[in-house]
Design a protein around this ligand. Structure first.
Ligand SMILES: [Zn+2]
Length: 178
């Protein structure tokens, strides 16, 4: 007699699709759980960027609130924005920059050996999350922080995650993150 299992019922009923290449990047251990939902929404292009609000007639000015130099879109915020690039440079991870979103996501899904991949993925997920939060904060009246200030917060997060684990600290030093 087969034993009833909620899991077995769920596995039978649910629609299964092949895993996307970025699955581990977003839902694996390299992305803190508090960042996964934001990063997933951004990867799925489900965030409401100002270019979309302009198209829907909700705003008249779609300028990026972090640099005021271009129209805000996902591609702009996480690829071309001077704020994003400065943040990457502050964190000494300009190697994560790519000329377009597709190339960047592809690289992030494959980058490096497994040992360094976790940390590059973690850094990217934190950069994406903090850049989006910073953008939302500015729109809602918060004072804009400099990329250096946001980088300090990301470094604090990373050191907190690595705290007490010598092999993690060794990797971070090797990668130049701390
Ligand atoms: Zn910008």
């Amino acid at each position: 007699m087969m034993v009833y299992s909620t899991r077995r019922v769920w596995e039978t009923l649910r629609h299964k699709a092949p895993k996307v290449p970025w699955y581990s990047l977003v839902w694996g251990k390299n992305c803190p759980p508090r960042c996964s939902l934001i990063v997933w929404l951004i990867v799925k292009k489900a965030i409401v960027t100002r270019d979309r609000l302009l198209r829907w007639g909700k705003i008249n000015d779609a300028s990026c609130q972090l640099c005021n130099s271009s129209i805000e879109s996902r591609e702009h915020l996480f690829v071309h924005c001077p704020y994003w690039k400065s943040l990457a440079e502050e964190l000494k991870c300009a190697m994560l920059l790519r000329p377009d979103w597709t190339q960047m996501l592809r690289m992030m899904a494959q980058v490096g050996t497994s040992r360094t991949r976790m940390w590059h993925g973690l850094m990217w997920c934190l950069m994406v999350t903090y850049t989006w939060k910073e953008r939302c904060g500015v729109i809602h009246g918060a004072q804009r922080r400099t990329p250096a200030q946001v980088a300090d917060q990301i470094r604090d997060d990373i050191q907190f995650i690595a705290y007490g684990n010598k092999s993690y600290i060794d990797i971070l030093v090797e990668l130049g993150y701390i």
